[in-house]
Ligand binder design. Structure first.
Ligand SMILES: Cc1cc2nc3c(=O)[nH]c(=O)nc-3n(C[C@H](O)[C@H](O)[C@H](O)COP(=O)(O)OP(=O)(O)OC[C@H]3O[C@@H](n4cnc5c(N)ncnc54)[C@H](O)[C@@H]3O)c2cc1C
Length: 371
């Protein structure tokens, strides 16, 4: 009798790929299935900020989840690089400066000091000593020293190389049409290439997840949240740290380009870029860094964040559908949340106590709002 546990992972973005790698290394036999190529959707459209503090506005379970992942990140990135045979995810350990333009911004940012960790208020002068390219009319800002970054495209290459080296069964260009349920338990998936069965099925299908779960009575209130970005270049690098402001950011990358993001739109599954959005992103960035007025445009793109109406991921097991694990809806923070999610899902698959209480992320919370 074959006693090796088996898992099917639907969706090979950063979340599904990270889970697959974690499970394989724990001795679980994994198949990862994607309707396209691995890591080509939201996960390579992202900016790569590991913003466990900069993006979070209140303490609570989500902040704890972000911190859990942040604490794992550096070691995880180094390990991935080793497993990949030396492909670097371009981890940069520079923090993020969040700009305050006026007194209201300053009060809001300083109010977070009551609960946030690894943050300090900086006057404009001190900030401009670090980053002289910042506009002279900023009021000051908060420095989040531990909010580092990776390059999502290189992280994807690293992860993909590691998965191949670990012998993961990867099925690309193979859409999953539906989940197979028998006697109230999810036992497999029906794909364009036939049926596949496993002990556990894990849904990591990003913005497309609801199409898989809704036929089984799980209507996930998820939506694609479109983010358009641009990449620009100046003759010489002008910043070292990520500069973040309300509704936008500028992330300097190792190759000297700066990633400027991002719009947040509900436009269905449309991934086209629009001139109006591109010029608005550039204009906003140039108010922060005036030297960007003359920047060269390198590229534009858009991706679809797996948005959830309450801003929290669906992470866990439903008592109503054994055999199925939800790991989706990581919205604006999936790059950051990858190592923490990988670890927590591995613990669920192996029947271990997860490192943190997952109640806030329980998929069954959707039933609390349905009559
Ligand atoms: C512009 C932008 C900027 C961002 N910046 C950051 C950032 O700085 N930091 C951060 O932490 N996060 C950021 N994010 C968010 C992050 O990118 C997402 O949270 C993360 O990529 C979600 O990963 P995922 O694996 O769940 O989804 P995806 O990467 O979208 O992967 C889902 C996969 O499932 C596959 N799939 C779907 N349906 C099926 C099916 N039926 N059968 C088979 N396969 C299927 C898809 O093809 C896809 O490959 C950003 C996102 C965007 C768009």
């Amino acid at each position: 009798m074959n006693s090796t546990p088996t898992a099917i992972i639907v969706g090979g973005g950063i979340i599904g790929s990270t889970i697959a790698l974690d499970l394989i290394r724990a001795g679980v036999q994994c198949t990862i299935i994607d309707k396209g190529a691995l890591l080509q959707e939201a996960s390579t459209a992202a900016a790569g900020m590991l913003g466990a503090q900069v993006e979070i506005h209140q303490p609570g379970a989500f902040y704890e989840l972000c911190r859990l992942s942040q604490l794992l990140y550096r070691g995880w990135a180094d390990e991935l690089e080793q497993l990949s045979g030396g492909v670097s995810p371009q981890y940069i350990n520079q923090g993020i400066l969040r700009i305050a333009w006026n007194e209201e911004d300053e009060v809001e940012l300083k109010s977070r000091l009551a609960w946030i960790q690894d943050a300090e208020w900086m006057e404009a002068e001190a900030m401009r000593e670090w980053e002289p390219a910042i506009a002279s009319n900023v009021r000051g800002g908060m420095y989040f020293a531990k909010d580092h970054q990776v390059h999502p495209v290189y992280l994807a290459k690293t992860l993909q190389a590691a998965l191949h080296k670990q012998g993961c069964d990867i099925r690309e260009w193979t859409p999953v049409f539906n989940l197979i349920e028998r006697s109230g338990r999810v036992v497999g998936v029906r794909t364009s290439e036939g049926e596949l069965y496993a002990d556990q099925v894990i849904v990591c299908a990003g913005a497309w997840s609801n199409a898989l779960t809704e036929p089984l009575g799980f209507r996930l209130p998820m939506f694609p949240s479109k983010g358009q970005c641009i990449s620009v270049k100046t003759t010489a690098p002008i910043i070292k740290k990520t500069i973040f402001t309300k509704g936008g950011y500028i992330v300097p990358k190792q190759d000297g380009t700066m990633l400027i993001g991002a719009t947040q739109e509900e436009a269905g599954f449309d991934k086209r870029c629009h001139v109006s959005a591109v010029s608005a992103l550039h204009a906003k960035a140039a108010t922060l860094l005036p030297a960007l007025e003359q920047a060269e445009l390198v590229s534009t793109w858009a991706g679809l964040r797996p948005g959830t109406r309450d801003g929290l991921p669906y992470l866990g097991i439903s008592s109503k559908l054994p055999g199925l694990i939800f790991s989706t809806g990581h919205y604006r923070n999936g790059i950051l949340l990858a190592p923490g999610t990988g670890k927590l899902v591995r613990q669920l698959v192996l029947g271990q106590q997860p490192d943190m209480d997952l109640t806030a992320f329980a998929p069954d919370r959707i039933f609390a709002t349905v009559e």
